[in-house]
Ligand binder design. Structure first.
Ligand SMILES: CC(C)(COP(=O)(O)OP(=O)(O)OC[C@H]1O[C@@H](n2cnc3c(N)ncnc32)[C@H](O)[C@@H]1OP(=O)(O)O)[C@@H](O)C(=O)NCCC(=O)NCCS
Length: 123
């Protein structure tokens, strides 16, 4: 007899958005040599720095991290515990350490001045 255990669809547990100024991220990186290494993972740096608009990409990843913190209401989360990767088609994926069972949906947009990200947390 088949099991009657109900499979529950994941529930939305949070939503976060953030807007980052590209010039601010550039300024912080220029002023403080450790800034990029403190905030971004090697994969994020490699992806962003291979593009001409590298600070736009970094600002976008910074916005994702802040949006994740908002979605999870987790101000103590280390920025490097949140990582953005892109699929072959360019679609962003985000992972976070220390939140078992939580999955995140993300969308990113950027221009020369601003980068924004929206994140939905599911459990
Ligand atoms: C993918 C696309 C929607 C991105 O939009 P855009 O206005 O060029 O750029 P945005 O700044 O808004 O978004 C860029 C981000 O989109 C995300 N993205 C890229 N491909 C994606 C995809 N397949 N699915 C979801 N998100 C995607 C990425 O996160 C990217 O930023 P990143 O590379 O720093 O991670 C766009 O390039 C595209 O393919 N549009 C299809 C229609 C089209 O070609 N129109 C032009 C006709 S003239």
């Amino acid at each position: 007899m088949p099991s009657k255990k109900k499979i529950r669809p994941p529930a939305v547990i949070g939503l976060g958005v953030d807007l980052a100024e590209v010039s601010r991220i550039r300024r912080l990186a220029v002023r403080s040599p450790g800034f990029l290494r403190r905030c971004f993972t090697p994969k994020e740096l490699a992806y962003s720095l291979k593009h001409l608009n590298n600070y736009e990409r970094l600002a976008a990843r910074f916005a994702v991290k802040e949006a994740v913190i908002k979605a999870l209401d987790a101000k103590d989360l280390a920025l490097k515990d949140i990582e953005v990767e892109n699929t072959l088609s360019g679609r962003p994926l985000v992972k976070v350490k220390g939140f078992p069972g939580v999955s995140l949906m993300v969308s990113i947009s950027h221009t020369g001045r601003y980068a924004c990200a929206a994140v939905i947390a599911l459990k």
